[in-house]
Design a protein around this ligand. Structure first.
Ligand SMILES: *Cc1c(COP(=O)(O)O)cnc(C)c1O
Length: 421
């Protein structure tokens, strides 16, 4: 049986394993809820981009909001990747993990003055700017420090990525980017400001994209602009095509990263832009299928309309089902030789939206361990302390080795910054 959970997830007899480690054993050893990642799966996913880009000036910037745990960042930094960040906090994490600020691109619609200063101080590779107001603010901040800020304009190519509305970002009605029609004027403005240095152009059209066409359409729109801007006398060094490549959660068949890269390079060549440095900002496709979340079955509550399987992980640990109605695979860590029933897998949080999976056929008993698959992206990174639930621990397996990369939070730490009056 092939599992929609990445190349290192397998059934060995009745046991679900990641890089050969029995997940039920890891759940026993470290407790639940627990995120477990395969380091090799992350490195393989990065290598798919790197190999396809070989021989070209390029930089793969891991969009770290997908999973910003330090050991994950360290893994990618050591493999030579850069980072796409969206806050000063993320920049601090890159530095703490040993990442190179000169390989950091700073995205996001709402950068503060303090974040701009912090990024200028450490020397990020480039600011991906999203509005005229931000251009003016960045110019002022950079001049205040006696520096010039390298900028790329994030343009909104107005293409439909064909994904969930909450994670579609390249349409006119989205808050992101500078409208295509206004981009040339914005470049002229940027070029006139002494505190700025135009270095590139970028776009990002959405997330969990499973087709090639939206990427090619967006690239065409971006190259139209590059040509117009350069004809106007403003050189553009790099083209950043963003991230967003989807992964398989159930039956999606996204293109391989290698195919996506090859097709985009082909299009760049065909239009005479083959010499340009090209940047990618993949998040989900580097980490999503490298991880699982483990949870213990607490109680079974069979009913007239629904059977509920209550587990010790909840929407605060893994938001995707509650937030996007996302379907994520759920497997028993150890298969039972028993009749399967149809269950809704739900957590202890006091919300009806607190579910991890609906109508799943499983043979389960209290005390069993379940694995939620493809949980490496937008899992831990989106978790919260809602219901004063300490956040989960994280483990990274790497061949024979098992590393605890994040301790389970202690309850006292959750209110350590609070004061009684
Ligand atoms: C979220 C984001 C990405 C990464 O998206 P994925 O779907 O995780 O690949 C890349 N660039 C920007 C600007 C983003 O906001």
């Amino acid at each position: 049986m092939s599992l929609p959970g990445g190349p290192f997830l397998a059934r060995s007899g009745a046991d679900l394993t990641l890089e050969g480690h029995r997940l039920a054993d890891l759940a026993q050893r470290f407790g639940t809820p627990l995120f477990v990642y395969s380091r090799r799966a992350m490195l393989d996913a990065l290598a798919a981009y790197e190999t396809a880009l070989k021989g070209r000036p390029h930089l793969v910037c891991y969009a770290m909001k997908a999973n910003s745990s330090l050991a994950v960042l360290q893994t990618f930094a050591q493999a030579g990747a850069g980072f796409d960040i969206v806050s000063g906090g993320e920049l601090a994490r890159v530095l703490a993990a040993g990442g190179d600020p000169a390989k950091v691109v700073f995205s996001g619609v709402g950068k503060t003055r303090a974040e701009m200063q912090q990024a200028l101080h450490v020397g990020v590779r480039c600011f991906n700017v999203e509005s005229l107001g931000e251009l003016d603010r960045l110019d002022e901040v950079a001049r205040g420090l006696g520096l010039r800020a390298p900028v790329s304009l994030r343009v909104n190519p107005d293409v439909d990525a064909g994904t969930h509305p909450y994670i579609s970002t390249g349409l006119k009605g989205n808050k992101f980017g500078i409208a295509h029609d206004h981009a040339l004027a914005a470049y002229r403005h940027a070029n006139s400001l002494p505190g700025l240095q135009v270095v590139g152009i970028d776009c990002h059209i959405g997330s969990q994209i499973t087709q090639l066409e939206p990427y090619l359409d967006a690239l065409d729109r971006v190259l139209d602009l590059v040509e117009a801007v350069e004809a106007d006398g403003i050189p553009i060094h790099h083209v950043d095509v963003g991230g967003g490549l989807g992964i398989t959660y159930t039956d999606e068949v996204p293109p391989d990263a290698a195919v996506l890269v090859a097709r985009l390079l082909q299009r760049l060549d065909a239009r005479g832009h083959g010499h340009r440095e090209v940047l990618f900002e993949p998040g989900r496709s580097l980490v999503g299928n490298a991880g699982v979340m483990l949870t213990e079955v607490l109680y079974l509550k069979p009913g007239d309309e629904k059977n509920f399987c209550i587990v010790d992980a909840a929407m605060n640990d893994l938001m995707r089902p509650a937030m996007y109605q996302a379907w994520m695979g759920i497997e028993a860590c150890h298969l039972r030789n028993a009749e399967t029933l149809c269950w809704d897998i739900v957590g202890p949080v006091c919300e009806s939206g607190d579910w991890l999976g609906r109508d799943r056929k499983l043979a389960v008993q209290p005390g069993d361990m379940l694995a939620v698959l493809s949980a490496g992206a937008y899992g831990m990174a989106m978790s919260s302390n809602y219901n004063t639930r300490p956040r989960a621990a994280e483990v990274m397996v790497d061949g024979e080795q098992v590393h605890l990369i994040r301790q389970r939070e202690a309850v006292e730490s959750l209110f350590a910054y609070e004061r009684l009056i």
